[in-house]
Design a binder for this molecule. Structure first.
Ligand code: 5GP
Length: 121
């Protein structure tokens, strides 16, 4: 079944300019901004401008230029954050089992501290 996109989700509103955000990078197909409740000293959300519900939807249905642009944007953010020496964590949550809160695909890029185990028990 194809994914159904809710155009009233909070990131769609950010993309429309209806609510503000702290942008760190904008490209043709991608927007990156600071998470409103950061879970690490650096916590950036990277989102495609296109209407994709989650990572699976994006990987299956986005165009090659959108996917390339998104991945390059993630790389640029890592470079700008200076994570080469200490590292970082990139996470994307999907759906109920992934505990996704906002149904617009986003990659969390977290850096600036030791992240601990991948999953809580
Ligand atoms: P998820 O649980 O869907 O993977 O992550 C959603 C993230 O979006 C959370 O880390 C949350 O803090 C962030 N978030 C929710 N609403 C807003 C908002 O209005 N602005 C920003 N910048 N981040 C938000």
């Amino acid at each position: 079944m194809p994914y159904s996109y809710d155009s009233e989700n909070i990131f769609a509103k950010i993309l429309r300019g209806d609510i503000p955000n702290a942008t760190v990078l904008e490209t043709e197909f991608t927007l990156a901004f600071k998470d409103i409740t950061p879970k690490a000293p650096d916590h950036v959300l990277v989102i495609p401008k296109g209407a994709y519900v989650n990572y699976d939807d994006f990987c299956q249905n986005a165009s090659d230029p959108e996917i390339l642009d998104f991945m390059r944007a993630c790389g640029q953010i890592c470079k700008d954050l200076g994570v080469e020496e200490k590292g970082f964590r990139a996470i994307t949550n999907a759906g109920e089992h992934g505990c996704q809160e906002v149904p617009h695909f986003h990659m969390h890029i977290l850096a600036g501290k030791v992240m601990g185990p991948l999953l809580a028990d």
